[in-house]
Design a protein around this ligand. Structure first.
Ligand SMILES: O=C(O)c1cc(C(=O)O)oc(=O)c1
Length: 304
């Protein structure tokens, strides 16, 4: 199937270029979303933004276009704790997609079992204030305690400035903990500065903590290169992602973040995002760990 456009956010977007970087066989896009379609899977009443529809068919076409073998679909806040669109996409993927869901304390064990059967292997806790209302920490700890026996992990999304306050909560979690988007560092600060150093310390002192080295397009101040530009896209993010990849090669994941909700200034070219990878994972060994070995161990351990 061709990569097709939907009305709205994606409408003026020509579609991703084909990356020059050839992904290792079996690569996993370990952070992407499906949105709706809203007429079938309505957006949550408590959402802070309304996205464009971004269907599973479009996601799977993008996967094939870029050269990925599999997806990890992450529940976005605009769907709240209604995981139907995510489950529908995982089921339709014929085993090529896993999911990270959002659940509330009221979720039943039977519902958790159904999510597991559909392919869900984690829950996401979101602390980004522009995206969610506050959830009491005791509720989140209770959820983490219930999903741990299923072998699931917890994905956390937060702003770097909030890490000191969240530290005790993160280090109390009984599961593998995956930090979204490198903990959103301010890339104007030095890569060896105190803010990013705290994230590095979190991973160094807690071997159950992983990080996604995703979302240069959100973190960058320098932005994408001009068309036909020679320099690496989002080059100011490279030192941050590269430091994580080289220091913790067995605990990093990469994802497109398609369809890039809430980016107001530009629509990222997912082909360019793939071409960012060899700048942060500079050897075939690091690339294979980042794109194949690590996500497979976390999401398809039965195949490892
Ligand atoms: O930075 C964001 O706006 C964003 C939002 C969501 C979400 O709404 O869940 O997910 C992401 O990975 C990133």
């Amino acid at each position: 199937m061709e990569f097709t456009k939907t009305p709205g956010w994606l409408d003026w977007y020509a579609g991703p270029t084909r990356p020059r970087f050839k992904l290792p066989p079996g690569s996993v896009d370990a952070h992407c979303h499906v949105f709706g379609p809203g007429a079938v899977f309505p957006y949550a009443a408590e959402r802070k933004y309304t996205p464009c529809d971004a269907s599973k068919e479009q996601l799977f076409a993008l996967r094939d276009h870029l050269g990925f073998a599999r997806n990890v679909i992450v529940q976005a806040t605009c769907h709240g704790a209604d995981n139907r669109a995510l489950v529908d996409a995982c089921r339709a993927s014929q085993g090529r997609a896993r999911g990270v869901a959002t659940v509330r304390r009221s979720v039943t064990n039977a519902e958790l079992g159904e999510l597991h059967t559909a392919g869900v292997r984690g829950v996401r806790f979101n602390f980004v204030k522009r995206l969610v209302d506050f959830t009491p920490r005791d509720e989140l700890l209770e959820i983490a305690g219930r999903i741990a026996p299923l072998g699931w992990h917890v994905v956390v999304y937060f702003e770097a400035a909030d890490l000191p306050e969240l530290w005790d909560f993160f280090t109390a979690l009984p599961t593998t903990v995956v930090v979204d988007h490198m903990g959103r560092p301010d890339v104007k600060q030095p890569v060896a500065g105190p803010e990013f150093e705290l994230l590095i310390r979190l991973l160094r002192e807690h071997p159950n903590v992983w990080s996604k080295v995703s979302c240069p397009e959100r973190l960058s101040v320098s932005g994408p290169p001009a068309l036909n530009g020679e320099q690496a896209a989002y080059r100011d993010v490279v030192p941050f992602a590269r430091r994580l990849v080289e220091t913790f090669p067995d605990r990093v994941l990469w994802g497109t973040d398609w369809p890039h909700p809430n980016l107001k200034d530009h629509m990222p070219d997912d082909g360019l995002l793939v071409d960012f990878i060899p700048h942060i994972a500079t050897t075939p060994d690091l690339q294979r760990k980042l794109l194949v070995d690590n996500p497979m161990r976390l999401y398809w351990p039965e195949e490892c």
